[in-house]
Design a protein. Sequence first.
Length: 442
Amino acid sequence: MWVAYLIVRKYKPQSALFLGALVLMACSILLRTGEILPPKQSTGLVWLDPFDLIRATLSTRTAGLGLLIMSVAGFARYMDHIGASRALVNLAIKPLMKLHAPYVVLSAGYVLGQVLALFIPSAAGLGVLLMVTMYPILVSLGVSRLSAAAMIGTTQSLDIGPASGNSILSATNAGMSITTYFVHYQIPAGLCIVGTVAVLHYVVQRWGDRKYREPAMAADPSANPEAVERAPAVYALLPVIPLLLILGFSDLGIKAIKMDVVTAMLISTALTMLFEYIRRRDAKTVFGSLQVFFDGMGVQFATVITLIVAGEVFGLGLKAIGAVDGIIQAAQALGFGSGAMILVMTAIIAVSAVVMGSGNAPFFAFAALAPSVAKKMAIAPVFMLLPMQFGASIARSVSPITAVIVAVSGIANLSPVEVIKRTALPMAGAMVVNVIAGFLLR
């Protein structure tokens, strides 16, 4: 509770989690409730073991999972820098412009946005791009600013795909490849959730606009703080290359060739640089642009990787103090089975995501616990991790302080609180279907 209080009070999450972990491990040493490190790995002085545990976790995560997430982030930053992300969005929305049913376009826009989220992993970044491209189309068709902003604010309500840090972490903790996790678990559940949200957006936003009419106002494209040079239309294909490589060279395609996510990102970046050279004919500029990729990796290490490590160490602290075993024993004593435990874990993460305005922070803090809890409940970790992961991103979309809601509200000149009133019902439906789909997949 103390750690949660610090995070809610806007203390740095990494610092709060690391401090909480150290306090828990100190209590474990004093109360002798568990060991910090196995005897063979101990430093020789038990009071130094917590710091060595942080060192070992940081080393392991940075070299494996961390490199994965950093390479994805570096590629995404590079796509933004050269205008490829904007080109993809511009190409994708063209079919919608031919429709003349405002709320059908709005629902289709949500589905399209969720597809684009596979290639543009930043919720706020995708939201801003859609506010400059899709938002003016919607309001010109007669959809209110509130409805359009609400839909766009939820276009990444499912943190899905190989480019998502949460997905990579979830697959790692589930003990499977990101391809297997994405294709066999995320897609079936995701299709059910996306279909539900699309229908609910149609019903809720149409009803809301009829009840609370307002004059439609077009967005000002100059309000986009991330405006970039317009790229050639062919650049729309570049963000898709990594996904094609990952899925193409896997059990779903050519099995003889194995394609690691990091390798796919490096190949895709090299191909993109070739496109940039052909476009600009300036080798020095193209070579210099690679720094954007490395900067993206560095930012991700400073924010996401450190948060993952802090969350994992905090989870290990909870295990050392016996909290995890206590929760499981209490759940069993109350007659909770694996299904009820999944609901409890998902609810904890969902509430935390709303309060913190982040889907990453709560999921990173609790994801490391899922395999242990799942093992004692005699279920595969993936059946606990999947609803937890989706629950975090769904709940984030009804937080008035999350980055994407604040961004789209600001561009549309609306209050974030008013926007989340329009996202609440679609996201409530998404959460219900998320839990049901999780049970059906077992």
